[in-house]
Design a protein around this ligand. Structure first.
Ligand SMILES: [Zn+2]
Length: 292
């Protein structure tokens, strides 16, 4: 199915037309917060996965996926966005930034600025799912805090999914814009090479302790009173880690551990060219360390 669609998609690009209209939706959460949702649709017209950028006043937190760039550019042309704050350099978060440059200031964590200026060429599967970001000429270093009207944001490090990933916390409203700090599936067992799962768990444990009324997740959308939502994900990973460590001590191979734990990937996992892997996840559980 994907082969055919990918072929059509490539054909569409060659012809200069998108054969499947890409998805761009605006959803108001409150007077202050608007969701800008972008995605590539499946054949049934449902999104493969939403990438959600959040607008607060005249700033954006992330900028959507590059496949929706035409719509993002139309949005950028009619709306006054002054600043874009990038949480981390994955294509579904910064891929829409080029639509706002050079009119808006783009901010990113200092070690990630180079990635935004020279995006890596993505495997074909991710070009299909999210799209290939365009390079940005100017990217500024993230400040430690910033204000939007009467809202005051603290930049909070959220390592694990990516080393330098950040979120934005607003203490008066108790809002956390959490990027990809909390995995979408309740049972996470696939990891990317840049993920450090013990550090991800440590970050989630910090989030459970924080006073958060709304967690603005970049794929799930707003989650109110998120402690249970986060704890369920911690529990599954910690439980899996215990079992994996026990099997590892008994001398079982990674492959065998995966088999015994019954962790099976989705049908498309091979198409990701190993960017998504179950053995990355198990190895990270066994060998990566949480930070002191
Ligand atoms: Zn990400």
């Amino acid at each position: 199915m994907l082969e055919k669609r990918r072929h059509n998609h490539t054909e569409g690009i060659k012809l200069g037309i998108a054969c499947t209209p890409l998805m761009f939706e605006i959803e108001h959460f409150s007077d202050d917060v608007t969701l800008i949702k972008t995605a590539t649709p499946m054949e049934d017209r449902n999104p493969i996965m939403w990438a959600i950028a959040y607008r607060v006043g005249n700033i954006l937190i992330d900028a959507g996926c590059p496949n929706a760039l035409d719509d993002i550019e139309k949005y950028a042309a009619t709306e006054q966005i002054e600043e874009v704050y990038v949480t981390h350099p994955h294509e579904d978060h910064y891929g829409g930034c080029s639509a706002f440059a050079p009119g808006s200031t783009i901010y990113a964590a200092e070690p990630d600025i180079e990635i935004l200026k020279n995006p890596p060429t993505l495997p074909e599967f991710f070009q299909f799912v999210w799209g290939q970001p365009k390079p940005l000429e100017e990217v500024e270093k993230l400040p430690s805090k910033f204000s939007v009207g009467d809202l005051d944001f603290e930049v909070v490090p959220l390592p694990g999914h990516m080393q330098h990933m950040v979120g934005f916390y607003e203490p008066h409203r108790k809002w956390l814009f959490s990027a990809d700090a909390v995995p979408l599936p309740t049972r996470k067992f696939i990891a990317m090479p840049e993920e450090n799962i013990p550090v991800m768990v440590q970050t989630m444990q910090k989030l459970v302790q924080m006073d958060i009324e709304v967690l603005f997740d970049a794929h799930k959308g707003p989650v109110r009173s998120p402690a249970q939502h986060i704890q369920a994900r911690i529990d599954f990973i910690v439980e899996t880690q215990k079992k994996a460590l026990k099997l590892h001590v008994e001398g079982k191979s990674i492959e065998k551990i995966q088999e015994i734990l019954g962790l099976e990937g989705p049908w498309y996992i091979g198409l990701t060219e190993y960017r998504f892997r179950i053995d990355h996840f198990i190895k990270s559980l066994l060998f990566d360390k949480a930070e002191k």
